[in-house]
Design a protein around this ligand. Structure first.
Ligand SMILES: [Zn+2]
Length: 296
């Protein structure tokens, strides 16, 4: 009899949990605020079997070299054999992707997903009267990077495979009105880009860490809540990766949304036990581990 009551209670609780989960999904704002790209949504049904706390995630060694948080710099090249942005297309030849900004020429390549992320950001700026954005570079394949390196030299360009542009997650953004550092577009991005998952990748006071001169035009997508933590602490990506390794887990609320971020070392295929539940996405750090981001 007691067992029966317990079973009923568990069923009721599980049912309640699922309803609550669905309700919170339905509330997700679909406006210009940056939605998280969820690669593998948490499967609510799987918890019914084991009724375990948290998430169990199988990861492979290759996952260290995939995702939005890959660190690429002079010490960590774009992983070999990875074609991160095979989806990139010429924006000018796909004009439906251009919405509220200019594009330098037909050689500017971007994936539709990145174009969408950028559009969400410039639309928000547009509402504040900042609307002279111009993309001068997006995804570059290694051949293009090699050309650039030969033309510009090692002081102004990086060799093929060592530039973030080869990842497809970076953009050079200018203003058609003024030099980016003084232009309203540059000022606005510096203050607000994080809300849309972007970071200023090479700030003027971090050249010793990044090894790259100040580039007020170069923005990198890392996604929320990472961009928020980076902005709040004044980190660059190198420092953020160190910070995550040190902390191992960080919980925070950004614009009303609760997030948990975990770092796990990965040297071979393994199974992760993540102590919280929710929707998650996973990215490698391009060095020695993965970062699991759970959205509650
Ligand atoms: Zn750049």
């Amino acid at each position: 009899m007691k067992k029966w009551v317990l079973c009923l209670m568990i069923l009721v609780l599980l049912g309640f949990g699922v309803t609550k989960f669905k309700a919170s999904m339905a509330r997700t704002p679909q406006d210009e605020t940056q939605p998280l790209e969820i690669n593998e949504p948490y499967n609510a049904d799987s918890s019914a079997a084991g009724a375990e706390e948290g998430l169990t995630i199988d990861v492979t060694k290759e996952m260290v070299y995939q995702g939005d948080l890959l660190l690429v710099n002079k010490d960590h090249p774009v992983p070999k054999g990875l074609h991160p942005d095979s989806e990139a297309v010429s924006l000018i030849r796909n004009a439906e992707l251009i919405d509220g900004f200019g594009v330098l020429d037909n050689k500017v390549l971007l994936s539709p997903q990145m174009a969408e992320r950028f559009t969400a950001m410039v639309k928000a700026a547009g509402k504040e009267g900042i609307n002279h954005f111009l993309i001068s570079s997006g995804y570059r394949d290694e051949q293009k990077q090699d050309e650039l390196y030969r033309q510009m030299g090692s002081k102004l360009a990086l060799p093929a495979g060592y530039s973030e542009h080869n990842l497809g997650l970076s953009l050079d953004i200018g203003s058609s009105q003024a030099e980016m550092n003084s232009a309203p577009e540059g000022q606005w991005l510096k203050k607000n880009a994080w809300k849309y998952g972007f970071i200023l990748r090479y700030p003027d006071d971090k050249t010793a860490i990044t090894g790259i001169q100040f580039e007020p035009w170069h923005f990198r997508y890392v996604g929320l809540p990472h961009s928020a933590i980076i902005q709040e602490n004044g980190f660059v990506l190198e420092q953020y990766m160190d910070y995550l390794k040190e902390q191992q887990s960080v919980s925070l609320k950004v614009q009303g949304q609760k997030y948990h971020v975990f770092y796990y070392p990965v040297s071979k295929d393994r199974t992760l036990q993540v102590p919280v539940q929710g929707q998650y996405e996973i990215s490698g750090n391009n060095m020695d581990g993965v970062i699991v981001t759970v959205r509650e």
